[in-house]
Design a protein around this ligand. Structure first.
Ligand code: 3HC
Length: 296
């Protein structure tokens, strides 16, 4: 079955990941409609994208004109009914299976293209669990981006036992040919490839802090200088968000029942205390308004 080239994209959620995905789509000359629940959240999402586009201009990656055109391609709505004509929708809301499932049920009833790609950017929830919330699981797929989305070139593509080959080819062509990302494929297992490797490492670093094995500064310094990682595991946990790391760990623990994936008490306490990382101004480190670590 043939399907049209994707030119109309929807993004659900304008948090860190949703905003990044919307930005890269708009920069790739695609019409982007972003869903947020309230005007305030939509305004915050738009400013997040505009700040990132400004950063692109100041680092010489895009011109002023490209920034303006990208901003012009972005529209916001708080009505999922407006997504009827979308050819690809990427859901990027909170890592909660119930919330995501409800969105997929509604999306499925709204989007008319029988070969539309209904994608989730979930970090860890098996995609089939979202597919069964719809009447057309053949349209449902995982498209997992990495933070910061404009910088990191990877998309993990996760097909389920029901995803159609048309939908999976369409999603892959969009990620690689339109967005210029590199695609890897993963089986539909919680965590997919990257988080199945990354999250046990982040949890181990948190356990090291918890047990007094080493300080957070020394753990981060050790991996940056000894392994040439761009940032240490505790700074990376702050970037991803401690609440998100906990949700991913919980999904992976539910799937595999491995102690390796269980969230350590220090992570639970920090999430309860609201110390969820860079987006909240504090996690393992504290952050100034500009997102730079201000106190170590
Ligand atoms: N938006 C746009 N551009 C950004 C950006 C953003 N949010 N953050 C950084 N950049 C660009 C900068 O403009 C700069 O570009 P330039 O080199 O052309 O000037 C470049 O990225 C480097 O940025 P900085 O100089 O400010 O800072 P660093 O060199 O310290 O890099 C970093 C920052 C890109 C965040 C780097 O430390 C990094 O790649 N860290 C690892 C991030 C990572 O592992 N992410 C994956 C997390 S896991 C995930 O997302 C999956 C989820 O499911 C949990």
């Amino acid at each position: 079955m043939t399907s049209e080239k994707i030119q109309r994209v929807g993004v659900i959620g304008a948090g860190i990941m949703g905003a990044g995905i919307a930005e890269v789509c708009a920069r790739a000359h695609v019409d982007v409609l972003v869903f947020e629940q309230t005007r305030e959240l939509a305004a915050a999402g738009r400013s997040r994208i505009l700040r990132s586009l400004d950063r692109g201009v100041s680092s010489g990656k895009i011109t002023e004109r490209e920034r303006e055109q990208a901003a012009w391609r972005l529209r916001f709505t708080s009505d999922l009914g407006d997504f009827a004509d979308r050819q690809l929708v990427v859901e990027a809301v909170v890592e909660d299976e119930k919330v995501k499932s409800e969105i997929f049920t509604e999306l499925d009833s709204v989007v008319t293209d029988p070969n539309a790609v209904l994608a989730s950017n979930t970090s860890s929830i098996p995609i089939m669990k979202l597919g069964i919330a719809t009447k057309s699981p053949e349209r449902v797929i995982g498209m997992h981006f990495f933070n910061p989305v404009p910088v990191l070139p990877l998309v993990e593509l996760v097909t389920t036992l029901k995803t159609s080959s048309t939908v999976s080819q369409r999603a892959e062509a969009f990620a690689s040919d339109v967005l210029g990302k590199q695609v890897v494929r993963s089986a539909d297992r919680s965590g997919f490839v990257v988080n199945a490797l990354l999250v046990p490492y982040l949890l181990s670093a948190i356990r090291m802090v918890e047990s007094g094995f080493a300080t957070k500064e020394d753990i981060d310094k050790a991996t940056v200088l000894g392994l040439a990682h761009p940032m240490g595991p505790l700074a990376l946990t702050d970037l991803v968000g401690l609440d998100t790391v906990k949700s991913i760990a919980d999904s992976m623990y539910e799937e595999f029942k491995e102690p390796l994936y269980s969230a350590p008490p220090l992570l639970l306490r920090m999430v309860e205390a609201g110390l969820v990382g860079k987006k909240a101004g504090a996690g393992f480190y504290e952050y100034a308004e500009n997102g730079r670590a201000s106190k170590k």
